[in-house]
Design a protein. Structure first.
Length: 179
């Protein structure tokens, strides 16, 4: 496994629509190596999610692992490490709630983003099996953030009030209580 370089905002790959996988491609050696590298890269960066475009591979893979505790996202439910191929979101309720989001491709920054809080994600597993997952609250936000990367969107595209786009240390100092 190899830790890959995470590309940052301004790199054109982050603004491209990523290519979906065919069933034949899922399970190939190249595919498995990419997932292994993504997992090692995510662990090394101590993030909770990574999309393939963030390591300059414009294909539709997202990995997410939300640990039990000990993160700055303390309020959330845990979610074991899972691979999501060709994921698609359907919003079940438009009611939105805001959370502070960060992104490995926008290091050192945080932004307050409102998103729908009840969604279902349809995707293929890393074995090519159709799956469906219903999500609420913070986890719904996590999935929308990560899947946005496959459509060339970044969280800051959704910030309504740019006074709530801050450096991480200023977030800690001035905004953490409101979040
Ligand atoms: Zn991100």
């Amino acid at each position: 496994m190899t830790i890959r370089k995470i590309i940052r905002m301004g790199h054109p790959t982050l603004r491209q629509i990523a290519k979906p996988y065919s069933l034949e491609e899922i399970g190939s050696q190249e595919f498995q190596t990419l997932i292994d590298d993504m997992r090692e890269t995510l662990e090394a960066s101590r993030g909770i999610g990574l999309a393939a475009p963030q390591i300059d591979v414009s294909t539709q893979i997202v990995i997410i692992e939300v640990p039990e505790s000990g993160t700055r996202y303390g309020e959330s439910e845990a979610l074991p490490f899972t691979v999501y191929i060709n994921p698609h979101i359907t919003v079940l309720e438009e009611t939105s709630t805001g959370y502070w989001e960060g992104c490995l491709s926008i290091p050192g920054m945080m932004g307050f983003v409102e998103r729908p809080q009840h969604i279902v994600v349809d995707y293929l597993s890393d074995k090519g099996v159709k799956q469906s997952l219903e999500l609420k609250g913070f986890l719904a936000t996590v999935f929308q953030h990560e899947l946005d990367h496959l459509q060339g969107h970044l969280y800051l595209d959704h910030i309504k009030d740019l006074s709530l786009f801050t450096y991480e240390s200023e977030y800690q100092e001035f905004h953490l209580k409101e979040g």
